[in-house]
Each structure stands twice: as C-alpha cells, then as structure tokens.
Write a protein that binds this ligand. Structure first.
Ligand code: GRF
Length: 188
C-alpha cells in the first residue's frame, strides 16, 4: 500500500509541486491533499493544475490541531510534509505523527532558524551576517520551531556578489533537487 502524504504549504507551493511531480509515477507515495492556512496562496492554483484537492484552514484551526487531525484521519494520512508552511505544528499533530512530519528550512540549521526566520527573512539574515555558505536543512518536526532531528543538509557556496534574491535562487535549486531525495531516503 502506498504511503499517503499530506503537504502543508502557506505560499507559492513550488516545492509542493516539485515533490508531487517528482513522485508522479512511483509506487511508494501518494499525495491525496494539500492544506494551507492561506485561502489565496498560490499553492491552491498549483493543486488545481495537479488535480489534487487543496483545503484552507484558519490559523486558529491549525493552532488548535484537533479539526486538522480529524480531517487527516478521514483521508487516512500517514505522513506530513511541510513545504513552506509558516505556522508552528501543534503538539496534538506532532504526537499523532511521530517521526512522520518533516520540514524543509532554507538555511543550515541550527543557524538562521527559529521564530520569524522564514522565507526572505532567512536569506537577508544570511547575507547580513556575511556567511560564505548557505543551504537547506530537511528535518523532523517536533514541538519547537526548526528544532527536530536533521535528516539531510546540503550546502551552497556564497560570495560577496550574492544578494538575498540570488541566495534564495541557489537555495531553491537545492530544495528542488534534494527535498524529494530526502523523502525517498526516509520513507521509501
Ligand atoms: C522554501 O524556500 C522553503 O524552504 C521555505 O519556504 C520556501 C517555500 O517556497 N520554508 P515554495 O512555497 O515551495 O515555493
């Protein structure tokens, strides 16, 4: 039986689309739904294109967790991928999916992680601190922001000419290549 994976995304959803396309013809995983805390997030358009149902839940509902848990159980979801999802995962979900929720962070944790460190904020902070490298971290999710055990890190070199935008491009490139591989590594 295929592992049923729900993807949570708050924004554009390019990682969500990349993962779903990467595993389009596989016999290990299926992606029955995408959940978002933003009704107008672009990920809903991508879901439509991919013919995958996507749903919006309010921030309050996500924070409470119980309604989401019931919903995930209805779909018999086994695992959760956070792909650009900005809210903290509530304890009720962490406990219901032990070692079965993973996140991607667009920097080399434990640096540049924690509350407020998401999206462009991360790349601006990396630039401001004069780092010579950045990268991606795929990790298990626990009750704290960006804190669970690390599954995979991949680095890219930075130079003086890099801007937050060019760092974001480099990091996105790594995400597209390595996030699906990390998923295969742990769950295939
Ligand atoms: C990615 O860089 C991811 O690492 C971060 O948010 C971004 C989401 O991009 N957490 P997208 O929505 O997948 O395009």
């Amino acid at each position: 039986m295929k592992r049923k994976i729900a993807i949570f995304a708050s924004g554009s959803g390019s990682n969500a689309e990349n993962i779903i396309s990467y595993f389009e013809k596989n016999d290990k995983f299926e992606f029955p739904l995408i959940l978002s805390n933003k009704p107008d997030a672009y990920v809903h358009q991508r879901a439509k294109k991919l013919q995958i149902p996507s749903f919006y839940f309010s921030k309050e509902s996500f924070i409470d967790g119980n309604e989401i848990l019931d919903f995930l159980n209805t779909y018999k979801i086994d695992s959760i991928i956070l792909a650009g999802f900005l809210l903290k995962v509530p304890e009720v979900l962490v406990q219901a999916f032990p070692n079965n929720i993973i996140n991607i962070h667009p920097a080399l944790l434990p640096k540049f992680g924690g509350k407020g460190m998401y999206g462009d904020n991360v790349h601006k902070a990396v630039k401001a601190s004069g780092e010579t490298e950045s990268g991606i971290t795929v990790h298990y999710v626990n009750e704290h922001y960006d804190d669970g055990n690390i599954i995979l890190q991949v680095k890219c070199a930075l130079n003086d000419l890099d801007t937050p935008e060019s760092i974001a491009d480099k990091v996105h490139g790594l995400e597209y290549e390595f996030f699906p591989k990390a998923i295969e590594q742990i769950w295939a």
